[in-house]
Design a protein around this ligand. Structure first.
Ligand code: G3P
Length: 213
């Protein structure tokens, strides 16, 4: 499973990419709004240090303006993936962008039906929001796993990004469900590194070493 980082913070991306484990970035309008730069400036900065796919989302919800924004975002850098909400105009825009060779990430996906439609429309990535499904009492990771199985069974090319990840347990479940990618927030990535036995182990090694040296 590949790891993307789910943030628009350049500092956070820079820090985590130094670990050598990040293969892409996803942003959304809420994440971009937390920063003091425009979407275009943020995408430019991120793509200057990340070679992998960088998802940037359209604000428009109608076909013509989605296409306009998508083409503008893609003109910033060739590794920009355009994030499009899973609505009727979004499907239409995704299928047009596929013909133009522009990669898309169909977002706000909450069901296997929506995911199948996205894949048929030519989405490069499909992002089920597992945390938001959990929030309403639906097993989000089960839906993500069902989508992976359906894509595999029907031999569809779209990749599943487990999104709206809230904790390290979500990431472990995404691995078990064979999601192609998990897009993980900064704080969850930091928590994934930590284990109390690692800290205790380091302390014990140092104590033993210092007794003899
Ligand atoms: O990648 C989608 C993600 O940013 C949404 O996460 O926590 O706002 O549901 P959340």
């Amino acid at each position: 499973m590949r790891f993307f980082i789910d943030t628009a913070s350049f500092d956070n991306i820079k820090e985590i990419s130094s670990w050598g484990i990040i293969e892409g970035v996803t942003t959304n309008p809420s994440l971009v709004s937390k920063e003091n730069l425009s979407l275009q400036e943020i995408v430019k900065k991120i793509t200057s240090i990340i070679d992998g796919p960088v998802s940037a989302e359209v604000i428009a919800t109608d076909y013509d303006n989605m296409l306009k924004e998508a083409r503008e975002l893609h003109s910033i850098a060739s590794n920009v993936v355009v994030k499009i909400p899973l609505i009727e105009d979004g499907l239409k825009a995704a299928s047009t962008l596929k013909k133009e060779g522009i990669k898309t990430n169909l977002t706000l996906v909450f069901s296997v039906n929506q995911a199948l439609l996205a894949a048929k429309a030519g989405a490069t990535y499909v992002s089920p929001f597992v945390g938001r499904l959990d929030d309403i009492g639906v097993d989000g990771m089960k839906i993500a796993g069902d989508i992976v199985e359906a894509f595999d069974y029907y031999d569809l090319d779209s990749e599943v990004i487990a999104a709206s990840i809230r904790n390290p347990a979500h990431v472990e479940e995404a691995i078990k469900r064979k999601c192609h990618v998990a897009t993980v927030p900064y704080d969850v990535l930091k928590k994934m590194v930590e284990h109390p036995l690692t800290d205790i182990g380091i302390q014990k090694f140092l104590d033993d070493w210092n007794k003899k040296n």
